[in-house]
Design a protein around this ligand. Sequence first.
Ligand code: BMA
Length: 379
Amino acid sequence: MRYKLMNYILTTITAISINSCINAEAPKEKLLSKMQETVSLGNILYGHHDTYLYGHSGWKMCTADTITDSDVYQVCGKFPAVFSSDLGMIESENDINLDNNPFTLIRSAAIRHYNKGGIVTFSWHPSNPVTKGNSWDVKTCSKVQNIVKECLPGGSCHTEIMKWLDNVADFFESLKDKDGEMISFIFRPWHENTGNWFWWGLPYCSTEEYKKLWEMTYNYMVYDRGLTEIVWAYSPGNNCTEKDFMSRYPGDEMVDIIGFDSYEYTDNNISDYNTRIKSANEEYIKSVRFQMEYVSRIAFEHGKILALTECGFESVPYPQWWTEVLYEAIKGFPVAYVLSWRNACDNPSHFYGPWKGSVSEDDFKKFSQFKNILFLEDL
Ligand code: BMA
């Protein structure tokens, strides 16, 4: 009897502690589990940058309580599973980001999306701290004028960049769920680092300096500010070699997601329109699959989640782009999410997602009905 009672008590205690472990799962673990589960079931989450904030036809969200629209929703009746936005200009304490979105609205949209079970991600296009131009201001960049080096301890911009990180951290800290707890989200700093268009790009700093920049960012957020719920995404650009991709990898302890950004471009030397689009589509599928091949292997070997962190074909000119190009490019890879870039509201040709009346509208609907492409309502 005593043995049975003892056994019962032990079993109960074990069950309680297992349950409390499950209940106590931190927001970051929950977010990672959500993505892992997606992948293990062979599903892919669909995401769209700034989806709640504005749309191609010129609509713009104005107040926090009107966060009820999205070009994606207008087309397929479902909201994306992943909501992305950008922190560019937060460094200069602007109230509005580089794409004219008030940070208050970005915050509201992110929290609302999270409270509905969605996944939130932020990129950051910070200004050039030396020239005060934007992220793309690389005119003076070279290994001689190395801005990344200036940002590191001892460099002329170090104090300033630490203040920038402070502003980013303040914003992150303000992201609280309905119970007042900090939400978990994906942060994707220093992205497309293998290209030559950002001041932290491949030609403008050494691999060690890039890694130190990441480490400085990570240490500040996690150890100085205690922001332990951040999910860190490392996402270089496309068409880079495996060697370049990994040469700047900051290390397993500072990364949770490994992915890349990849866009489709046409070759203007091809004069016939249809041939030009066909060739761009073929090239895109080939290049994404080529890179997915090695990035998925790396992600697996390092125990990380795989994602196509940005993708698209500006103006989506090919009507079947979603099912015949994007889907073909990612099919068969364990990708947790794919994210279409923004549908600008002030530049008619700068859109990457669907919108009502776009030539790829019907195809997007078809794509959204694929059983393995998940939206907010599926989470
Ligand atoms: C780029 C473009 C820019 C935008 C930037 C940050 O790809 O869409 O217009 O300012 O992203 O969102």
